[in-house]
Design a binder for this molecule. Structure first.
Ligand code: TMP
Length: 217
């Protein structure tokens, strides 16, 4: 679905593990719902019964899944998610807040796991039926902080650190190439991050142009 034909607004949250995006996406959803805006909150992998099963497979198989198989599982979840949830919601004029989307596959599978970037981008386009977010917010924290927050999972820390360094560098680099991707400093208080996100999202020209205005804004 091209940006021109879309009626709703598609906002994606990204970042390395434990960057706080799931908390922040919920805070924004809550604030917009209180204003009466029609918000659909969803996530990848997941977002549909099939996608949630794929998520379970991916999380269970961690450590024993080939990078290629992993890539196709993320893309399968995405294809179904776009077809059944995101596409219909955008066509109905809703605001879709999605916890991760195609950018995660470029950062984690292509750069992190070393799969070819061009082919991965091509699969992303196919799985998403060409859908590109209106706005992607990358919540940025230092890798040291991400690793610190992974309490209780102290195994293979060195491997995790170097993997996350690649993923973080990929996010920061990709953010420079696409105007719809903005980096938010997420190494601050919850309140400060939320306010920063709220201002960026609320002032986005496409949100104002497309989404219905709230009943009590
Ligand atoms: P979450 O931490 O946002 O719940 O995501 C679960 C994991 O899935 C996280 O480690 C990042 C990973 N992931 C990918 O590797 N590629 C993808 O395309 C997506 C959507 C997630």
């Amino acid at each position: 679905m091209s940006k021109q034909r879309r009626k709703g607004f598609f906002l994606v949250f990204e970042g390395i593990d434990k960057c706080g995006k799931s908390t922040q996406i919920k805070l924004l959803a809550q604030r917009w719902r209180q204003k009466g805006l029609p918000v659909v909150l969803t996530r990848e992998p997941g977002g549909t019964p099939l996608g949630e099963n794929i998520r379970q497979l991916l999380l269970d198989a961690r450590g024993d899944v080939s990078p290629e198989a992993e890539l196709f599982l993320y893309e399968a979840s995405r294809a179904h998610h776009v077809s059944r949830v995101i596409g219909p919601a955008l066509r109905a004029g809703k605001i879709v807040l999605c916890d991760r989307f195609s950018l995660a596959t470029l950062a984690y599978q292509a750069v992190g796991r070393g799969l070819p970037i061009k082919e991965t981008a091509h699969l992303n386009t196919l799985a998403a039926s060409g859908l590109v977010p209106d706005l992607t917010l990358v919540l940025d924290i230092p890798v040291k902080e991400s690793v610190r927050r992974m309490a209780g999972t102290r195994d293979r820390m060195e491997a995790k650190t170097s993997f996350l360094q690649k993923v973080r560098a990929a996010y920061l680099c990709l953010a420079k190439t696409e105007p719809h991707i903005k980096v938010v400093n997420a190494n601050r208080s919850l309140k400060e991050i939320h306010q920063n996100i709220f201002l960026i999202a609320e002032n986005h020209p496409l949100l104002k142009a497309r989404a219905p205005q709230g009943t009590n804004s």
